[in-house]
Design a protein around this ligand. Structure first.
Ligand SMILES: Nc1ncnc2c1ncn2[C@@H]1O[C@H](COP(=O)(O)OP(=O)(O)OP(=O)(O)O)[C@@H](O)[C@H]1O
Length: 770
């Protein structure tokens, strides 16, 4: 499709091409010189900020903030070295003879005279680079993609935006096709890369959509949902820096391996401040990785679980009759047994329930009020007049008497979320009582029973979060401790200043006040927004990106939406790839009630990952998994034919040879074997050197990895071997799982089956290998 000139290192043989390369090299040299200058300046400012002497806590804080800013800028300037500039557009302006040449890159640069020499890809001025088409040129006469390696311009591809001379691919709307295909053909590394140089027009619309509301990006496999969502996060951080830097951005992905896979994209775009979490990690202190089976997951994901958790909390807020088998509250104190009348207790408990506060916060009211009532009752018992002024002191003393403490604990205990659920799951009677009031049938109630101490599953985490929300924390003690900590820090700084002045070290500038003061406190360095957000369950994020969102249950959505009071979310997924029991059937059904009228669905329809011959196989599977749904259209129309191979006999005899063949065929790149949950360990054991994902192990960077369909979701590999498709199909949402499995390949697909090839893969019978 490249009209006009096309040049590359090997083909730069005409003088016009050589001249174009030389012109671009000269411009790129200017940009790198400027980048070097800026780096040196930032380095200088950073050391100045560190050396700057300040006294007083506020001034020190300001210094820290400045130093942090410079360090961030240094990081940003460091991350743009490779591919600093990747494009140019020539724009015709009315009344001007020569078009304006505008260069697009990873960051914006101005020269010493403040003239723009490079436009940040996220700035409005860069938009025509991605959005101009021959039908809507936006003033662009030519779009040029630059290939720059190690500061050398090694190739150029031009699109002349002339509607008269359209090729087929231009009609289908591809932008910068040569550069796009070049990047799609590269071998996979086990890490997703950025696509700033080749963002397509439909993706650009998603990336630059406004911040507010819930934007759902629905698209088939390989349509760039993940990569577009990450570029959108970088775009939003750039465009709304003030808001988002303070509140932070959360990216939620399906599992730790996936988060590692996408973990380089934002830093490569100069943004390293997003918090990346799986659903199983949303509650600080819990790291759930295992999933429940289909039936358990279905029950735990149901919205009725919110009623269950609420009922479980209320069940622990007892009246005296439930706690002590009597209407009145009898408490043994050091002075004898005192009685608080049932009516008084009932009033206190009813008021507490009506306060609209979280359980542990309302507890403060219950405890202080009842302690005073007990103190009053004790005075009656001792026939002492009740002195209202003394009551707080008497109450405080009673709090330290064990039986009093125990009596109040039985009425309204302090509860943590893990304790609440642990005790509910472990107590059949409580489950019966609470489950019934939440509308669960006996089968569902029985499913929730769990052995004490069993590890939490990912599906438990939204329930724990719900519990934490209803229980709340009485953090008045923490707040007081924080005030004390700040006051102590001020004292330390004052002391350090005095000490340094006395010793004369201050004048010599040999040691800084802050460093000296920090010898005395162990608070550590100031934490970033991301650090603070990650540690705080109640943190309100400025924006949340949810990937593989089709898997989230109603309870999962509650846990996520709770973290963005502004309901500013980017939600990406594919309903046809839903495998989980609690997963979504419709985006509006899942989200509309969280933000009525603010849910907007965008569609991506072009597949950048999987060549057409493999997508034809996937389309057959999709027709069974989700009849009536259209598969996305592949950018790459040609590729190696997919094949089926019958493996008779044990896996360890058939698979290793097959894997070796694939490794030979792809050269540098990655092979994945994707199989049924029940076979995954067996298959991994059959292939020497094959890796399985595990906590702390980066299995995806290994050359051969073995995964279940669930684990493979969102990932891609040069070659995919689907092992035992018949067993994958037997799983609860087997056809959807098989669809996920066959759409992971960027170049080659092999199906290794034992027994008959499943009818849904019949197309492969016609291909070689059987
Ligand atoms: N504009 C583009 N330029 C270059 N590569 C692209 C572009 N868009 C997508 N890709 C590549 O296509 C592949 C698929 O993208 P991505 O994983 O984001 O798709 P997805 O829609 O999230 O897929 P899935 O539903 O299977 O998770 C990635 O390698 C990505 O880098």
């Amino acid at each position: 499709m490249n009209h006009g000139q096309q040049a590359s290192e090997s083909a730069a043989d005409t003088s016009a091409e050589r001249a174009a390369l030389a012109t671009e090299q000269a411009r790129v040299d200017v940009m790198y010189r400027r980048l070097d200058e800026l780096r040196a300046n930032t380095e200088g400012r950073l050391s100045d900020a560190h050396a700057q002497e300040r006294s007083g806590y506020a001034a020190l804080e300001e210094r820290e903030t400045r130093a942090f800013e410079h360090a961030r800028r240094r990081g940003q300037l460091g991350s743009v070295e490779e591919g600093l500039c990747f494009g140019r557009i020539d724009l015709a302006h009315p009344g001007e003879d020569d078009p304006e040449a505008r260069y697009i890159g990873r960051i914006g640069l101005r020269d010493a005279e403040h003239e723009t020499i490079l436009v940040d890809w996220r700035a409005p001025a860069a938009r025509p680079f991605y959005a101009a088409t021959p039908f809507d040129t936006q003033g662009v006469t030519r779009r040029r993609s630059l290939r720059v390696r190690r500061r050398r311009v090694v190739g150029l591809d031009d699109d002349v935006l002339d509607a008269e001379r359209l090729s087929d691919s231009e009609r289908s709307g591809l932008v910068g096709e040569a550069a796009l295909l070049d990047s799609l053909q590269r071998g996979r590394t086990g890490r997703m890369g950025d696509i700033v140089a080749t963002i397509q027009a439909e993706q650009d619309r998603v990336i630059r959509a406004p911040l507010s509301g819930i934007m759902v990006v629905q698209g088939g496999p390989g349509t760039g949902k993940t990569v577009a969502a990450l570029h959108r996060a970088a775009y939003l951080l750039y465009t709304h820096r003030r808001v988002l830097e303070r509140r932070g951005v959360l990216v939620v992905g399906p599992n730790p391996a996936f988060l590692r896979y996408i973990g380089d994209v934002l830093p490569a775009l100069g943004e390293s401040e997003a918090v990346m979490r799986t659903l199983g990690e949303l509650v600080p202190g819990v790291h759930a990785t295992a999933h429940d089976d289909h039936e358990h997951a279905r029950v735990k994901g149901s919205a009725r679980m919110a009623d269950l958790v609420r009922a479980a909390v209320e069940d622990r807020q007892r009246g005296p009759r439930q706690a002590f088998d009597t209407e009145d509250l009898h408490v043994v104190t050091d002075s004898g047994t005192v009685t608080v009348p049932g009516q008084v207790c009932a009033q206190v408990l009813e008021t507490a329930r009506g306060l609209g506060l979280a359980h542990n916060v309302a507890r403060k009211y219950v405890v202080t009020t009842l302690l005073r009532e007990i103190a009053r009752a004790e005075s009656h018992l001792l026939e002492r007049p009740v002195d209202e002024e003394d009551l707080p002191f008497l109450a405080e003393r009673l709090w330290f008497e064990d039986p009093v403490h125990a009596a109040l604990e039985a009425l309204w205990p302090y509860l943590g979320p893990q304790q609440l659920l642990e005790e509910l799951y472990g107590d059949p009677e409580a489950l019966e009582r609470v489950g019934e009031s939440a509308g669960l049938d006996s089968g569902e109630r029985a499913l929730l029973a769990r052995e004490a101490g069993a590890p939490w599953t990912v599906e438990d985490v939204p329930l724990l979060d719900e519990a934490a929300e209803l229980l709340g924390e009485d953090n008045s003690a923490e707040q007081a401790a924080e005030r004390r900590r700040r006051a102590e820090q001020e004292d330390e700084v004052r002391y350090a200043q005095g000490a340094l002045e006395i010793t004369g070290m201050h004048e010599d500038n040999r040691i800084e006040v802050a460093d000296f003061a920090s010898f005395h406190h162990d608070g550590g360095p100031e934490r970033t927004t991301a650090d603070r957000a990650a540690a705080d369950r109640e943190w309100a994020y400025g924006h949340v990106v949810v990937d593989e969102a089709q898997e989230l249950s109603a309870m999962g959505w509650r846990a996520i939406v709770r973290r963005v009071p502004t309901r500013s979310l980017t939600v990406v997924g594919d309903l046809a790839q839903t495998g989980g029991a609690g997963g979504a059937g419709s985006w509006t059904e899942a989200l509309e009630h969280h933000a009525p009228g603010k849910v907007h669905v965008e569609h991506l329809r072009v597949n950048y990952r999987t060549p057409a011959p493999i997508m034809a196989v996937a389309a057959d599977v999709l027709a069974v998994a989700e009849p009536g749904q259209e598969p996305p259209e592949s950018v790459r129309t040609e590729g190696d034919p997919p094949r089926a191979v019958a493996v008779d006999g044990p896996w360890e005899e058939g698979l290793p040879g097959l894997v070796e063949e694939e490794r030979g065929a792809i050269g540098e790149g990655r092979v994945a074997l994707v199989t049924a949950d029940r076979l995954v360990e067996e298959v991994a054991a059959a292939v020497p050197g094959a890796a399985r994902p595990a906590p702390g192990r980066d299995a995806l960077s290994q050359e051969v990895v073995v995964l279940t369909a669930t684990e493979a979701k969102g990932l891609e590999f040069d070659s995919v071997v689907v092992v035992a498709p018949e067993a994958v199909l037997e799983q609860p949402r087997g056809a959807n799982d098989l669809y996920v499995a066959v759409t992971r390949a960027t170049r080659r697909l092999t199906v290794a089956h034992s027994g008959d090839l499943p009818p849904v893969l019949a197309r492969l019978r016609e291909t070689a290998g059987v």
